[in-house]
Design a protein around this ligand. Structure first.
Ligand code: NAD
Length: 399
């Protein structure tokens, strides 16, 4: 089989790749009939020469390849008819900006397998970048706090060679007054706690967090059971919550009076209650001064009203004035600092790509060769010019 690694075409800042040079080499060594070709790219986090030095061919024309691997949406002009593509298409929520992309995929009779739709038998996603978004998100939260307090300047993650370098700056940071609440227990939430643990910030239970008045750096992590409840109910049925989140109310309020940093890493959609309102943010007892919103849904369709726009890797922080509801200069006493970078794993593209490639190899690669794989069937959005059965609900969007 011939496999092509695509040059990312959506934005220059997308420097990640699905397989590293070493992973390509290992796969070729393992499978005798496999040949991997890499489209040249001046922007990719692994240079063309790094692939070549592992014996992988650089090739502009990938029309001989059956399977093409990208990361972000492939521009329509780069799509080759009748091939199998794997990438994040961002079409399953009927995103308007990718309607033409899906139309074109159908016209060109492309088989589209979307990484976001690849799940194991328990329904959990098998391949994602979320852990790295959490790792970088927590780094940026503490960086923002250091600058806000004027106490320290943490080197931005994207300026570090890799995560190992960033970790060398975590010793002896003056973090004494930090009270940080992490929302979410998935990839992002758990990635964030990796960074916080390395920084020596003490993890405590949600209950202790609300009661702790000592000037020591602490954090707590909240899952859905800590954040939502049904009115009049004392127990929490997680399965029921996922089925009917609209029947629940938020119990996040006490943390808005206790924490000074919030790292938001929990999934949210319009059925789920918001954590707090614009009005809540005006109150004197709203103590949160830094919000690292990794989930990064943009207001008004968001759980956090101050996430009024996404920010960028090079300019990650903006201020939010809770009285005027407007954007303001960052690091002002009367304002809240927002870190809302929506492509955080790109700050550590080499580490994130390697991890992603390992997940691809260990969970997806062998499935791709099985004609009856449930995982691949359920992850396939389009084939032979039609929507695959699980995605027929997209027909009106395509039309
Ligand atoms: N800013 C970025 O660069 C970036 C990168 C990756 C992911 N994200 C976003 O971060 C968020 C979390 O991603 P993740 O990888 O941790 O996801 P995940 O599936 O690993 O974890 C999701 C978390 O949200 C909770 N949750 C609450 N309601 C849910 C629901 N109805 N369905 C599913 N989960 C629900 C889960 O219990 C879990 O704690 C997502 O919104 C994702 O799009 C942002």
């Amino acid at each position: 089989m011939k496999v092509g690694i695509l040059r990312e075409g959506k934005a220059k800042t997308d420097t990640r790749v699905a397989l590293t040079p070493k992973q390509c080499r290992d796969l070729q060594d393992k499978y005798q009939n496999l040949e991997i070709f890499v489209q040249p790219s001046p922007d990719r986090c692994f240079r063309d020469e790094e692939y070549q030095s592992q014996g992988i061919r650089i090739e502009e024309n990938l029309s001989e390849c059956e399977l093409l691997l990208g990361v972000k949406e492939v521009p329509i002009s780069m799509l080759i008819p009748q091939k199998t593509y794997l990438f994040f298409s961002h079409t399953i929520k009927k995103q308007p900006y990718n309607r033409e992309l899906l139309r074109s995929i159908l016209q060109k009779k492309i088989r589209l397998i979307d990484y976001e739709c690849l799940r194991n038998t328990g329904g959990k996603r098998v391949i994602a970048f979320g852990r790295w978004a959490g790792i970088v998100g927590a780094h940026n939260a503490i960086l923002t706090w250091g600058r806000r307090e004027g106490k320290f300047n943490l080197k931005p993650m994207y300026k570090c060679h890799d995560w190992a370098e960033a970790q060398t700056y975590y010793q002896n940071l003056p973090l004494s007054h930090i009270k940080l609440v992490v929302t979410g227990e998935g990839r992002v939430g758990n990635g964030a706690t990796e960074t916080l643990d390395l920084m020596g910030i003490k993890r405590i239970s949600p209950q202790e967090f609300l009661e702790n008045n000592k000037a020591e750096p602490i954090y707590t992590q909240l899952g859905v059971k800590d954040m939502y409840r049904q009115e009049g109910e004392t127990s929490f049925d997680e399965h029921h919550y996922y089925q009917h989140p609209e029947q629940y109310i938020s119990c996040f309020q006490p943390y808005t009076h206790t924490a000074n940093i919030m790292l938001n890493g929990i999934y949210w959609d319009k059925r789920i209650p918001v954590f707090f309102s614009k009005e809540d943010m005006k109150h004197e007892n709203f103590t949160i001064r830094v919000i690292a919103d990794v989930t990064c849904d943009i207001a008004p369709d968001s759980s956090i009203p101050s996430t009024i726009r996404a920010s960028s890797i090079t300019e990650p922080i903006y201020g939010y004035d809770p009285l005027s509801f407007q954007e303001a200069e960052p690091f002002q006493n009367n304002c809240i600092d927002v870190m809302a970078v929506d492509n955080l794993p790109n700050e550590l593209p080499r580490d994130a790509s390697e991890d992603f490639g390992n997940q691809l190899i260990s969970t997806v690669w062998s499935e791709l060769n099985q004609s009856d794989s449930r995982m691949i069937y359920k992850g396939t959005i389009a084939l032979n010019g039609e929507l695959n059965k699980p995605y027929e609900y997209l027909q009106d969007y395509v039309n």
